[in-house]
Design a protein. Structure first.
Length: 443
């Protein structure tokens, strides 16, 4: 019995020991799990505290770098209110030394409002100034005996261009000589009868008849002179006829009435030249006309007195002129009206027949943002301008354009008013952009 009790006591002690061992083992496991959970919570809390209180935790040199990275990340994902997100990388910035900027001659202008002149381009043609063109026709019919001038020859007023043989001229000259002789005879008879009448030797009627015949002869001579004047004989040339200098009654000289150049010639030796025959065309090319064809849709925009910029070809500089005439009717064939400018042509480089283009400023349009046309460049099919960010830093900016002319370009998006736009030296910046292989310009 005593042994049994002792054995039972020993067994109880052993069981209790085993239970205690198991209890403490489970406690350590539970504690370990609890400690790990607590560490995880503390880690989450520390991470949250690092994000919330980065300024307090980032004191060391390593933490300062962390702070800068966090601030950069915060600004990237949360840009300041009212500030556009900047997509321009540092690689897109072109930096130059101050001396280099001055040497290259880079100049900038602030972008801002502007007024653009809107233009209409119209086709035109250089023509003869018909107010300075002269058709040469014979005053009397005759056979062509001699041709002295040809196409392209320069002539002066009074030059003999051709010689005709004219029977009609011979008749007029004969009538002139006859009237001249009759005047001499009647004048002498009148003076004699006047003297006799004053001496009461002859009757008054004889005196009056002589006077009438003298006056009639004077009228006939004057008529013959006028006919010769109409053929080109001047008052100075008539005495030469009487003095026998004109040996041929039939000789008729075609005289140039003006200075100019022979543009057309329609005369040959031996042919019959009639009074309606157009023998020559002489033109003074010191001035020319330029006729523009104005289409129906543009008629309301064109007015007399308007300025026009005329482009001829690459060898002739553009010409500024003014519209002096605008036709009041529209051609039934072309459905256009003629607008004309008179141009000085002292060197003769504006040749009739050349086609030209006229640029007419028909409207002024105000725009909010405009830059000089020199500021706009193209790169890889995109339109860009260069903006000065700092004194020595420039950046390429993609833009969209609207209205434009030779001087200004409207910018519809891409830059803001007041930004400094490069207007001179941008070709160098563009070459630098291509040479360095910089990123695409930012928007």
């Amino acid at each position: 019995m005593i042994k049994f009790s002792r054995i039972l006591g020993i067994g109880f002690v052993i069981s209790a020991s085993i239970l205690l061992i198991l209890f403490f083992s489970d406690f350590k496991i539970i504690k370990s799990i609890f400690d790990k959970g607590k560490e995880a919570q503390e880690h989450d809390h520390e991470s949250h505290s690092l994000s919330e209180g980065k300024e307090e935790d980032c004191h060391s040199e390593e933490n300062n770098k962390c702070k800068e990275a966090q601030e950069s990340n915060h600004e990237t994902h949360n840009p300041p209110e009212g500030k556009e997100e900047d997509h321009c990388s540092e690689e897109n910035i072109i930096s130059l030394q101050s001396a280099g900027i001055e040497k290259i001659g880079i100049k900038t202008e602030p972008a801002g409002p502007g007024t653009l002149n809107l233009f209409v381009n119209l086709p035109g043609e250089i023509t003869l100034n018909k107010d300075k063109s002269t058709h040469i026709l014979p005053k009397v019919p005759g056979v062509v005996k001699e041709v002295r001038k040809s196409i392209g020859d320069k002539v002066k007023s009074g030059d003999v261009m051709a010689i005709l043989e004219s029977k009609e001229l011979a008749d007029l000259k004969a009538a002139y000589f006859s009237a001249q002789e009759m005047l001499y005879l009647t004048e002498a008879n009148f003076k004699r009868e006047e003297e006799l009448w004053q001496k009461k030797i002859t009757a008054e009627q004889e005196y009056l008849d002589a006077k009438q015949q003298f006056q009639k002869a004077r009228i006939e001579l004057r008529s013959a002179e006028q006919k010769l004047h109409s053929l080109g004989f001047s008052e100075e040339n008539l005495p030469k006829l009487s003095n026998g200098h004109d040996l041929s009654y039939t000789r008729y000289e075609v005289i140039a009435p003006v200075n100019g150049i022979v543009i057309e010639k329609h005369i040959s030796v031996g042919e019959m030249a009639r009074e309606e025959s157009n023998l020559y065309l002489i033109a003074d090319l010191n001035t020319v006309w330029i006729d523009f064809k104005v289409h129906e849709k543009d008629i309301l925009h064109i007015k007399t007195g308007m300025n026009v910029l005329i482009s001829v070809n690459n060898n002739i500089s553009d010409i500024k002129a003014r519209i002096s005439y605008f036709a009041p009717i529209v051609s039934e064939e072309t459905r256009t009206a003629i607008a004309r400018a008179v141009i000085n042509n002292p060197r003769g480089i504006l040749r009739p027949g050349l086609f030209v283009t006229g640029k007419f400023a028909v409207k002024e349009q105000a725009v909010p943002i405009a830059v000089p046309s020199e500021a706009v460049q193209k790169k890889d099919g995109e339109i860009i301008v260069f903006i000065q960010k700092q004194d020595n830093e420039f950046i390429a900016r993609k833009v969209e354009i609207g209205l434009q002319n030779n001087e200004l370009v409207e910018i519809t998006s891409g830059i803001q008013e007041g930004e400094k736009v490069v207007v001179k030296g941008n070709f160098f910046l563009l070459s630098e952009l291509k040479k360095e292989g910089l990123e695409d310009p930012c928007h």
